[in-house]
Design a protein around this ligand. Sequence first.
Ligand SMILES: Cc1ncc(C[n+]2csc(CCOP(=O)(O)OP(=O)(O)O)c2C)c(N)n1
Ligand SMILES: [Mg+2]
Length: 354
Amino acid sequence: MAETETVAVGVVDGGPALGGFSKEKLVEFLRQMLLYRRFEEKAEEGYAIGKIGGFCHLHIGQEGAAAGCILPLRQDDYVISSYRSHTQALAKGLSPNAIMAELYGKASGTSGGVGGSMHMFGPDTGFMGGHGIVGGQAGLALGMAWAIHYRGGGQVCVCFLGDAAVNQGGFHESMNMAAIWGLPVIFVVENNAYGMGTKFTRMSETEMVQKAASHGVPATVVNAEDVLATYAHFDGLIELVRQGGGPQFVDVECYRFKGHSMSDPVSGTYRSKEEVEEWTENSDPIKYLRDRMFSADLLTGEELDAIDQEVRGIVDAAVEFAEVAPEPEVETLYKNVYSEINPHGRLFFDGRGQ
Ligand SMILES: Cc1ncc(C[n+]2csc(CCOP(=O)(O)OP(=O)(O)O)c2C)c(N)n1
Ligand SMILES: [Mg+2]
């Protein structure tokens, strides 16, 4: 269960509330997380029946991190992430249709169907990928934070990383430079305790928050099972960073309910079936919020069903969209691989075998 107990029932703007959030806001959190869950379930199904190929890493169980860290952001703020990022893309405002079409490898996908599950992109919404190299996005986040600083504008860059990324060199170089330049970036570790089949405690002699200490970056911990605490925490941090407070590091505790990827079993030699069952039963961010809303009389069973039906409809429509979307043209195989202009100003791939 979430350890952060910030929730209290009260009144906000004349209406009933939980943890200082209005009923409307609470319903939005629940709706968002249910959308992520139903979307991932459809992705899982699509993969199982061979409609989706390649790699596919699901975010089921970690929805509180996507909602709590991203929903407080502005549209023009940036988010960058790892390969486990379908739901973060949804949270930042990418269309479910385009994300599903990308999973299906279709031309209407976020990356024209050539990126697949690991490479969702939506520059218009500030979602800057979807990156397959563990920790690789840290350096890119640093660059984006530098661009924000250079251009002005008060944006913030949130960089999601897995717990295995904090032992990568590029992560530490990025933290160091962000600190000395005071850049507007929040490094967020979605700490699900495992990097594939290796437990974090087996690959690190120090606690997660200590990773930031040598760089002088303030570090905090929040439990993403409690989306309200996570949202409140990030709302405050984002404002601090936006006002020029410099970088932050957050250890966001969560648990992955599914296997590392669709090709891995849910549990294996590295974690027991009982462990997964325990977390799935007792630390589900959706159940946690739902139950709190039920006990505060802020949600009825009928309301919950209606929200669930609505998001299921969105996801079903995304699948239908992806099913009929066109395949990418064969020529797109050559796009975005090398720069299209050579030093002589001519296209590399102009059919003349240069
Ligand atoms: C530089 C690099 N090394 C190894 C891999 C292979 N690899 C893919 S995912 C992964 C584990 C990453 O775990 P974590 O960062 O905790 O993220 P999670 O999968 O838990 O979200 C590894 C080692 C890689 N993609 N990039
Ligand atoms: Mg991990």
